[in-house]
Design a protein around this ligand. Structure first.
Ligand SMILES: Cc1ncc(COP(=O)(O)O)c(C=O)c1O
Length: 399
């Protein structure tokens, strides 16, 4: 007789949890996520032969198919191979990393910069590196998941303030110990809401309270400020903010991310950040595409101009239809519908008319703010926007 009972046909609790999960079952039933396309060209994607206008990517400047960007990726792959298969600290550092970091830091208006293989890693480490147990992080309650991950990893205590509300930030700080180390955390442009941070007022509170400041500018970089230098440059506050993090998967049409700050801060990150030390370096082609896009951004201002022209036209179109854009001021444009049922039906109507968007429902957004997230690209043509207008009118009629 066996001493241990056989587990041959018995599933573990965790395996059963995966199989029985009601949220996953719901997602698979309605299938709005992980939607897979079989072809892509600029703002067009195809599924089973049917073309769709992509109205929810973050390819703000539309550089994903730019000949210089594609060529740079190809050349890097030929020259360096597919990966360094190592962390920067160990065997993974190459000159294409340092070249990208120097150009990027200079563009953002910071002394130094470190690049990672994902924006998520960069944004998480921009928090986890600098705050530690015993510190206080005061955070805008609507920030991205990567920043919450950074907060949890840091071990610091977190207090939230009302979204984009500097007065509430001040109120939160009233009863705090003035001698405690504090970090202010917010985004330059909020990806769901399209709101621009009230950065001058937030930085004033940071100054009054001796706070270290970290801004995730994933959606402001390449979009805001003179020449697309980002939200800090938009307000002329590049030297006030301590650390800026961001992603290459938005305006720079690549993947990866960065943390920028003073040389001392970036050296500190390279010493202490586990996400930096124990993760392989960004690949040659990712880095080359990001650098090529950055150079296109500097040399060809027409993409940024076109982005804002399209954004103005699109926003006006939505407002004329009476749709709620949550006061977005940027190319990230939500259409707030308020319930998940309305969002699903609106999303499906747009899809049936050949327009692809993304649903975002609570708890991903605050209750009552269930929305369809749309985003404008410089590559949307006038004809694309006409078609989008027709599709939106159709979806809005059946609300
Ligand atoms: C505000 C914000 N921060 C960070 C990230 C993470 O960037 P990535 O997708 O490049 O990992 C995203 C991406 O969705 C984002 O929207």
């Amino acid at each position: 007789m066996a001493i241990f009972p056989s587990r041959k046909n018995q599933k573990s609790r965790i395996a059963r949890r995966c199989e029985d999960d009601s949220v996953t079952k719901l997602r698979l039933k309605y299938a709005p996520y992980y939607y897979t396309f079989d072809r892509q060209e600029g703002t067009r994607v195809w599924r089973e032969g049917k073309p769709y206008i992509m109205l929810s990517s973050n390819d703000y400047l539309g550089l994903g198919n730019h000949p210089k960007v594609v060529e740079a990726g190809r050349e890097a792959l030929k020259k360096w191979g597919s990966s360094t298969t190592g962390a920067r600290l160990a065997n993974g550092s190459r000159t294409y990393h340092t070249e990208l970091e120097e150009e990027l830091a200079d563009f953002i208006g910071k002394e130094a910069c470190h690049v990672h293989a994902a924006g998520y890693l960069s944004c998480m480490s921009a928090v986890a590196t600098f705050a530690e147990r015993g510190d206080l992080i005061v955070v805008d309650k609507n920030v991205h998941s990567s920043l919450w991950s950074g907060i949890h990893l840091s071990g610091a205590t977190a207090e939230r303030f009302i979204h984009n509300n500097p007065d509430d930030l001040r109120d939160v700080l009233i009863h705090e110990d003035p001698d405690r180390a504090k970090l202010l955390l917010f985004e330059g442009v909020y990806s769901m809401e399209g709101h621009v941070a009230k950065m001058p007022e937030l930085m004033e509170v940071a100054r009054e309270n001796d706070m270290f400041s970290v801004m995730d500018d994933a959606h402001g970089f390449g979009v805001m400020g003179p020449g697309g230098r980002g939200t800090a440059a938009h307000f002329g506050l590049e030297s006030e903010i301590d650390v800026i993090s961001g992603s290459f998967s938005k305006a720079l049409s690549s993947t990866g991310g960065y943390v920028a700050g003073s040389r001392a801060m970036i050296d500190y990150l390279r010493t202490h950040s586990k996400q930096t030390i124990f993760s392989a370096a960004i690949s040659p082609s990712q880095a080359a595409c990001a650098l090529a896009s950055l150079r296109v951004l500097k040399e060809e201002p027409e993409h940024l101009e076109r982005l804002w022209k399209n954004t103005r036209r699109y926003k006006e179109m939505l407002e004329n239809m009476g749709l709620d854009t949550w006061g977005s001021e940027t190319p990230a444009m939500p259409i707030v519908l308020g319930t998940k049922e309305k969002v699903y039906s609106f999303w499906k109507d747009l899809l049936s008319k050949g327009v692809f968007t993304v649903m975002s429902v609570a708890p991903g957004v605050p209750p009552g703010k269930d929305l369809v997230r749309t985003a404008i690209s410089a590559r949307h043509t006038d004809e694309d926007l006409d078609k989008v207008g027709d599709a939106l009118a159709y979806a809005a009629r059946s609300l």
